[in-house]
Design a protein around this ligand. Sequence first.
Ligand code: GAL
Length: 590
Amino acid sequence: MVLGRIGLALAVVAGFSAVNGQAAAAPNHQTLAATPPMGWNPYNAFGLNYGQDDVLASADALVKLGLRDDGYRYVNIDDGWWLKRGPKGMRIRTNLYAIAKLPGGGASMRPFVDHLHAMGLKAGIYTDIGYNTCSQRWDKTTPNLPVGTRAEREVGSMDHQAIDVRDFSRWGFDFVKVDACGIADFGPDAPDVKNGTYRQMGPIMLRERPGASDLARVEGLYASFEREIRKARPGHPLVFSICAWGEADVNNWAPRFSQMWRTSGDINASWASMLHNFDSAASRSLFAGPGHWNDPDMLEVGNGAFDANHLTEARAHMSLWAVIAAPLILGLDLRKATPEILAVIRNKDVIAVNQDPAGHQGVIIARQGDGEIIAKPLAISGHKAVAMINRGDQPLHLSVSLAELNLMADGAQIRDLWHGSQGVLRDGVVSVDLAPHETALLRIEGRLAQPALRSPADMPARFHVTQVGYLPPDRTTKEQWVPARIGFLPSGAPITRGDGLETAAIGASAGSHLVVDLGGQFRTLRFTPGVKAGYGVKLDGKALAPHAGADGSVTLSLAGARRLELIAPPRTAGADTFIWHDLRFERAVN
Ligand code: GAL
């Protein structure tokens, strides 16, 4: 245990020596957020117009409705909790939370946190990485804005990371969400900066334009925040949730030192917004795993297009977050939740898919028109969760063969996790008829077709992108360039084989490094390099000199090795990307 912690500390320190996603540091494995965090946050239901009573009533509801025992444990307060930065740099509570209402309340949030802990819940708090906050820029009519002089109103963590994180830790919080408006929205053109209400900050993070942002500075600010988290309460750090909306290439560096990071802008309760946010995370299955999760934002189940009149959409939304191992942070007013909506968020089989201990994010294995199929390998070998998604407005028939899931054609059990029925399996093919916007979430319990062989799609959580390599300077946040993807090039273009995706292939940026945790469990690796020369392979840090056979494939012995590194040729070799085709890992033990 102690040794593990030292190992982690060294790995994270190594990460600080380089910036802009280029650090060859180990990823952030730990028991903190070993499965995706589950809980509740008021923002989607109330915006900033809520108070302590709403939060405590929601906490009560989590307990009384049984949601706490389903796993929804975090009660995370959002923007608006602050009154002002006090004389000694400490934060004072606002009337919003009226902490004084709780016995012992005052300048401390401790009574509030103690109250939640006594209920068997966990507590989350919120800050901004800049001087000022999102509400100060975008929600000027909320009654919960900070007050006082300009300096007192600077409630963000800039220049105060150590003192703020110490307060959050002393108060007993378990989770902190760190937003980014302070470094994005207080540039010289912001009206309230022009009139002197707020100090100008940068901007150092330009929305939609990572190539024009000060990436090293943004990463450095979040990295130092995490250092303070570890310093403040050694051995019991807060879960660190980065809310930089997929900007500043956050997806490429956050996995090294945070437990979850937003991959897109704010969700709203519409079908298009839900799909947009889902896509921003679904493309990044190689970046997630135990202790580090892609976060497509909090759930809208129960709200707008996902309310009790739209149960098909509500189930689809829940299925999609479950299959990509996204944090499940509820965003509805629990006091108004109908039994039908509660049945959606409390479906134990669906939660079990999300919380599966192997921590694999589901991988896109097929796209057919409005249809999309995502498969998530589960901890038990041969068991998979499969989401069959109809994104469109027309009914759709979708099918997937067990062979595409690397499973034996016979003997598989298939269960539809929403309707409890058996899925239709004929001649080794699973088929579903989907209504518009319907997702079928299936649990397939079968046997691996070749018991010793694993492709990347069978074990995405073993992969870590330790160097992102080439990034196009004109990339935008909307059309994300993903430095390593299963079945796709970084640009999003599919890598096809026959009329499907090649799911044993990884499309990678030139010069990228992928690390695979082998854990001493594999015997050989076979792959076919996209071009014959220029790539590199290291085993436990030692460079190998791979030779291709007559068919162009390379076979390497992995015997006993713990760490494999796959290094794409540098861009100077002529191409922006490189494909690792037909990656097949042969296990030494099953
Ligand atoms: C946004 C953030 C939301 C919410 C809001 C509060 O930047 O993405 O999740 O926290 O600020 O003002």
